[in-house]
Design a protein around this ligand. Structure first.
Ligand SMILES: *Cc1c(COP(=O)(O)O)cnc(C)c1O
Length: 335
């Protein structure tokens, strides 16, 4: 926690228009700390999408709260209507996941939170710089989190994460929780974690942050190129295109689409040398039976997991690469 960390935190806060940004060990630790600092308590229920990385749910678990899984909509983001059905007298917080570099419809989620007196804590691990109505992912709720895992849009050379907040009291708790409960003057004011962001990672992130907007524009260009080359295929459902909705500014951490005969398409692409992935090893959180979480009514998520996949998306793809991927997909459906 030296000068590079302080500088990175200041630059990250500025970039996201958050009052505070705190570097922490990784994106999972960030969620645990954000939930605790926001006041989520053992026994509380926290509503999150089942279409997320297990870390979102495990963070809720390790705070002593209960993860309650909700459905997503056609843009693969947490669906406010499904969230509303999951609210009980024990619900304390909504934990939207800003997935694939897109921000949820935060107006709908905020009005639910206001109506039922709930906190919002965001998992924006995949969405640094993504916006809804001009406001950055991670800055809507009491606290929000970012991951700098190497495969994220802004990747460190190892694990790293951050907590964003604009609330003074929450900021004080985050600062203490990430560093053994130390308050000002090194006095221990509470039980805390060792969850510091290494100075060397902060230095790397600080340098890479300077070029981040260029990387995001390239990702958006690639998404537009996929849209123009694949948009007419009826067998595919593409993610919303970059300029298609004025509320959203997406940073395209991933390009996750839905496809007829998904597994056939993946094999065909694989044989042509094009790598694809299905997120979370092909399972939503409620599909991980050993965890025993209820997901019996998550209709969209269940159907989507038979159809979803990700095609190449990163700033170093050339236009030729994008065209080759698109042409291979078109050839698959032409056969
Ligand atoms: C990557 C990720 C995390 C966890 O971040 P780590 O830095 O790997 O701990 C949490 N939630 C989502 C949605 C993620 O994609």
């Amino acid at each position: 926690m030296q000068k590079d960390l302080e500088e990175f935190e200041a630059n990250l806060a500025k970039f996201t228009s958050s009052k505070y940004a705190f570097g922490v060990a990784d994106g999972t630790a960030a969620i645990v700390i954000a939930l605790k600092a926001s006041g989520v308590q053992p026994g509380d229920e926290v509503i999150l999408p089942s279409h997320t990385f297990i870390a979102t749910a495990s963070s809720v678990h390790f705070v002593g709260a209960k993860p309650i899984l909700a459905d997503c909509g056609p843009d693969h983001m947490l669906d406010a209507k499904s969230v509303e059905k999951k609210i009980t007298s024990k619900t304390r917080a909504i934990l939207p996941v800003q997935l694939n570099g897109r921000t949820c419809n935060m107006a709908a989620l905020q009005s639910l939170a206001d109506k039922h007196g709930l906190l919002i804590v965001e998992d924006a691990a995949q969405a640094l710089g993504s916006k809804f109505n001009g406001k950055c992912a991670g800055t809507f709720g009491k606290a929000g989190t970012i991951s700098f895992y190497p495969a994220k849009t802004l990747g460190a050379f190892g694990d790293a994460g951050a907590v964003l907040t604009s609330d003074d009291e929450t900021a004080k708790l985050v600062r203490a929780l990430r560093d053994h409960g130390r308050g000002e003057d090194n006095e221990i004011v509470m039980w805390g974690y060792n969850s510091r962001l290494d100075n060397i990672q902060a230095a790397i992130l600080n340098l890479k942050l300077k070029y981040y907007e260029e990387d995001v524009s390239r990702r958006r260009e690639i998404a537009s190129r996929y849209q123009s080359q694949l948009g007419e295929l009826k067998q595919l459902q593409l993610p919303p295109a970059p300029e298609s909705e004025k509320e959203h500014y997406d940073v395209f951490q991933n390009y996750e689409l839905e496809a007829d005969d998904r597994d056939g398409l993946r094999n065909y692409l694989n044989e042509a040398g094009v790598g694809t992935l299905v997120q979370w090893g092909g399972r939503a959180v409620h599909h991980m039976k050993k965890l025993g979480l209820d997901g019996s009514d998550l209709v969209y998520t269940d159907a989507m997991f038979k159809r979803c996949m990700m095609i190449p998306m990163h700033p170093y793809l050339s236009n030729d690469d994008v065209d080759f991927v698109s042409e291979t997909i078109r050839n698959f459906y032409k056969r």
